[in-house]
Design a protein around this ligand. Structure first.
Ligand code: ADP
Length: 492
């Protein structure tokens, strides 16, 4: 579905209504009545307000989810599937409005946000809707005289905590899979990107999802998020966000009811370009998009570029040309290629990382500054010859900052690529098929792209290893996170 500038401009002219929680099939404000400002990163102004919920609000949502879950799990799976598909259709029907609302909230360039947010969320609900009645149990190969049946059961109440970079897409990955498996969900969106998920709850209700099956409670991570993580009646947490928060969630689970904790955390993903890449110009374009789209606020962003020494100087020069030509600015302009940093806090954190990069001896080749305009924008930034142990190479920045490192041999490339605590994504450009396969097996990452970067669809899982997390979103495998295996052992 094409999106046109006129439609975007009409939608952005409409005042954004204050967000409200959605609990037990109804809009509601937090019991405390507290709200907080939602600031648009496009101009730094207050866009609207969202609820500042506390533990009592989370309690009410979990109680509603608990009450609703058996009825939802008790529906015929095909019926559950039809409701999920109807949610997908309704998201599609208001995709333009959802995309504009989301961009006003988090600053992703609209051309990307439209596809990655509503359209991808709609596809996710359809995908899991179709799967709802396709999961079979097992008959175990036991000895004669017994029958071993393996049933798949929903876990119960899932707590989902999601970030601000792609709230609808990531939220849908968790919610649609959890609902398809017969669970109910309480979701806590990020404080800087709650509006589209609050709207999603309403869309779900209009599509026929029973009251209480999907609840959205907005608030801070420290208060509403923590209350969900510590709740004694939540069976599992499904999280995407930073490693620091992931650690807190594991602690909260350990200190409460030992709920399962699924973490999709950050990355410092390497893109390795060999001199024999089939098309170096295409590789350079891909590398630029892989770090600078959505201003680098992408968990699989290729924030490290490893280039074979013989092409290093020319390749980096080309990267800087291409990145310098990117159209940075108003994310609601369809021509914009790199949008805003989602919040002032995040912008400050990215600028601090750039300062550290200078002090660590890397060579700044491009950018390095906040753009002089309203809102939160940072120029695409390229550091060359970044030292292997520098924070530029070792720490996720989650902004438009690329660290380049040259390498001389395949062995050295693997060592550099695997030289961080992360393991989310990686990429390789080479025309050598044997080398491509070797790299896929040697690179420590949940996904390795070959002669491309960042492409994906719902049929393949996404998940990290090492400090990039555990568990997988997307594909049939995501259902494993939301189901329990129960054995029936029967004497015949
Ligand atoms: P990011 O750096 O992507 O913002 P965060 O981990 O800070 O990642 O945030 C991701 C989500 O985690 C947000 O919804 C945020 O509110 C939530 N969050 C942050 N701190 C906590 C916490 N202590 N407990 C639970 N949730 C939290």
């Amino acid at each position: 579905m094409a999106l046109d500038q006129l439609a975007i401009d009409r939608l952005r002219a409409v005042a954004v209504a204050p967000g409200q929680n959605f609990v037990d099939g109804q809009h509601c404000m937090p019991r405390s009545g507290q709200a907080m400002d939602s600031i648009s990163p496009i101009d730094g102004r207050v866009l609207t307000s969202i609820p500042a919920s506390d533990a009592a609000d989370v309690d009410a949502a979990v109680a509603a989810a608990r009450r609703a879950q058996p009825g939802w799990a008790g529906l015929a799976p095909a019926r559950r599937g039809r409701i999920l598909q109807e949610i997908g259709a309704r998201i599609d029907a208001e995709a333009d409005a959802l995309a504009v609302l989301g961009v006003q909230d988090n600053g992703t360039e609209i051309a990307m946000a439209h596809k990655a947010e509503p359209l991808s969320a709609a596809a996710t609900f359809r995908y899991y809707g179709e799967l709802a009645d396709k999961g079979y149990g097992e008959i175990a190969p036991t000895a004669p005289g017994t029958l071993g049946l393996v049933h798949r059961e929903p876990l119960g109440v899932i707590g989902a905590i999601v970030p601000w970079n792609f709230p609808l897409m990531i939220g849908a990955w968790k919610v649609a899979a959890a609902l398809a498996a017969g669970n109910s969900v309480v979701l806590k969106p990020a404080e800087t990107a709650s509006l589209t998920l609050l709207r999603l709850a309403q869309i779900c209700a209009m599509a026929g999802l029973p009251d209480g099956v999907f609840n959205v409670v907005a608030g801070t991570g420290a208060e509403a998020g923590d209350a969900l993580a510590r709740h004694m009646d939540v069976d599992a947490l499904a999280f995407t966000g930073s490693g620091a928060t992931g650690r807190k969630l594991m602690e909260a689970a350990a200190q409460s009811n030992l709920k399962r904790v699924y973490l999709e955390l950050g990355g410092k993903s390497p893109l390795v370009v060999f001199a024999d890449a089939p098309d170096l110009e295409a590789a350079a374009k891909t590398a630029v998009g892989a770090i600078f789209r959505n201003a680098g606020q992408v968990c699989v962003a290729a924030s490290r570029l490893l280039v074979e020494t013989s092409i290093h100087a020319d390749f980096v020069a080309r990267i800087c040309d291409l990145a310098g030509e990117m159209k940075l600015g108003d994310p609601l302009d369809l021509a914009t290629q790199s949008g805003a940093i989602a919040s002032e806090t995040q912008m400050t954190s990215v600028l601090a990382a750039i300062d550290r990069g200078h002090s660590e001896g890397a060579e700044l080749r491009l950018g390095g500054r906040r753009r002089d305009m309203p809102g939160f924008f940072i120029d695409p930034t390229v550091f060359d010859n970044a030292p292997a142990q520098s924070s530029l190479v070792q720490r996720e920045i989650f902004g438009p900052v690329l660290a380049v490192q040259p390498f001389a041999t395949e062995e050295a490339a693997v060592a550099l690529a695997n030289g961080t605590a992360y393991g989310l994504a990686a990429g390789v450009f080479t025309a050598d098929l044997a080398r491509a396969h070797r790299m896929v097996s040697r690179l420590r990452a949940g996904v390795v792209h070959v002669n491309t970067y960042g492409g994906t669809d719902l049929t393949v899982p996404l998940g990290g290893i090492g400090q990039s997390g555990n568990g997988h979103d997307k594909s049939t495998h995501a259902l494993d996170k939301y189901t329990n295996l129960k054995t029936a052992w029967i004497k015949l």
